[in-house]
Structure formats: C-alpha cells, structure tokens
Write a protein that binds this ligand. Structure first.
Ligand code: PAF
Length: 262
C-alpha cells in the first residue's frame, strides 16, 4: 500500500524530487501527471488538499468530491511514491502571506472567480515550501493557472522547475476533470460542444459551433499569446484558444494551441 503522510514532521523525514499537487478526486488525467513525474525521478509525491482559499463559493467547496481511498489506489497505480494529504491546520497553521496573482490573475478565470488565483498561488507556494521539490507538474488544462504558477516561480526565483503536462481527454474528446462526475449523460453530450468548437480554425467558427448547443452557457472564449497571456500580436509565437462555460451549472474549461504548429 502506498505511504500516506499527514503531518509536516513525517513529510520532513523524506525528500521527494517531484511534486504533483492535486485537489483529490483523482482520474486518469492526474495519473498522467504522476506518470510524467516518474520519467523525471523515481521519487514522486502527490498531494491531496482541497484548498479552501481557491473556492470562492462555500457551495463549490462543499460539493468538491472527496474520494481519498480511491485516490490512494490511483496514485499508487500510476507509480507515486507517497501521498501527502494534510489538514487545513497543517497547510495554514498561522496567518499565511497571500500571494498576489497580479494583473493576469484578474482576467478570464480570475474575472469569474474573484480571488481564485491568489488562493491557488498561496497554496502552491506553501506546498513548495513544505515539500521542496526539484520539479512540480501541472496540467495544461488549467492553462491560466499553469501560466501564473510559472510566473510566480520566476518572480520569486524559486529553485523549482515547472513541468507542463498535456490535456488528457475522454475517448469522445471531453477534457478530463474531477467535475465531470457531476454531469448527467445528457450534460455530457452538451459538454462535447467544447472540444468540438476547439477543433475550428478561428474564434468566429468556434462561436458558431458553440451557438448550436443550448445546453452550454459560455463564460469566455478568447485567443491569447502563450508568452504573456495578452492579446495575440504580430510577434506572437504561440497562440492558444481558451474557453470556459457551464453545462447545467457545472463549470468546464478547455484550451488548445492554435496555428499550423499546434
Ligand atoms: O489544479 C489543481 O488541482 C489545484 O488548483 C492545485 C494546483 C492543486 C492547487 O490547489
């Protein structure tokens, strides 16, 4: 059975090279992060912590699935060395310094979820301090989160390499997410419009495709420069379409690199 660590003292007894932070409710997407971690080092620590700071609504926090036993099995199966599943008191023992997410933190996901990215960066920095990894792995599905974590690591000159893992999709194209379990069969059909739209070559076509699905409520669809998360310009090397919206109240995100070398 995989080792389960709960306290800071037990964590300090070992050194892990790779960190895979998660909110739990693991699925094949998380397992792919662990598998990627294993290519970098044999010692991979997965953290499971439902971070209250990044949930702007108490309801969303309460609804977040908690499946520790299942998570331990999946982490072990994917090859993780140990799981760190701390309590709120271990992660936030005293007044903790909040990390600002800056201007990009207020755009897109940040515009819809006030304070979300400050909450994410604060917990990620705390997990980095607790675990001191050489590498930390984050999925490209949360592309704005990945961008902001890389920016924080640069800004604070943290000695950690951030490794990006590609989006893992269900066979029908839906990006894997812990929230997908809240979708009914009919919702899932509606949700497929997201990955279908992203297959179009430009935003106008994407909007047209999205408009055909009444079950999908769009929050934003935009094309950003991957380098700075700003608008695409003549010097943009890589551009990416990012999208978010709701199906029956369940918030779903996806993105895709655009252009000939996508
Ligand atoms: O992407 C997530 O699962 C979370 O935002 C993270 C990075 C584990 C921080 O709580």
């Amino acid at each position: 059975m995989i080792e389960l660590i709960n306290s800071e003292r037990d964590l300090a007894r070992q050194k892990f090279e790779v960190l895979v932070p998660t909110l739990g409710a693991l699925h094949a997407g998380h397992q792919s992060l662990i598998t990627l971690g294993k290519t970098l080092s044999d010692s991979v620590l997965t953290t499971i912590f439902v971070n209250p700071l990044q949930f702007e609504s108490k309801d969303d926090l309460a609804k977040y699935p908690k499946t520790l036993d299942h998570d331990l099995k999946l982490a072990e199966q994917a090859g993780a060395t140990a799981v760190f599943a701390p309590t709120v008191e271990v992660v936030y023992p005293t007044q903790i310094t909040k990390i600002s997410a800056g201007a990009v933190g207020d755009l897109y996901e940040g515009a819809s979820r006030a304070g979300h990215f400050a909450g994410v960066l604060t917990v990620v920095k705390r997990l980095f301090d607790l675990t001191k990894p050489k590498y930390a792995i984050f999925g490209e599905k949360d592309f704005q989160q990945l961008f902001l974590i890389k920016e924080m690591v640069q800004r604070l000159a943290l000695p950690i390499e951030i490794v990006a893992a590609p989006i893992i999709r269900e066979p029908d194209g839906l990006a894997m997410s812990s929230r997908n379990v809240r979708l009914t069969d009919a919702d899932r059909e509606s949700a497929l419009i997201i990955s279908t739209a992203l297959q179009q070559s430009n935003l106008e076509e994407m909007h047209k495709v999205l408009a055909t699905e009444p079950g999908f409520k769009l929050d934003y669809l935009a094309e950003i420069d991957e380098q700075n998360f700003g608008p695409v310009g003549s010097d943009t090397q890589y551009r990416r379409a990012i999208i978010a919206g709701w199906v029956n109240g369940v918030r779903l995100l996806d993105n895709k690199r655009m252009g000939s070398d996508a």
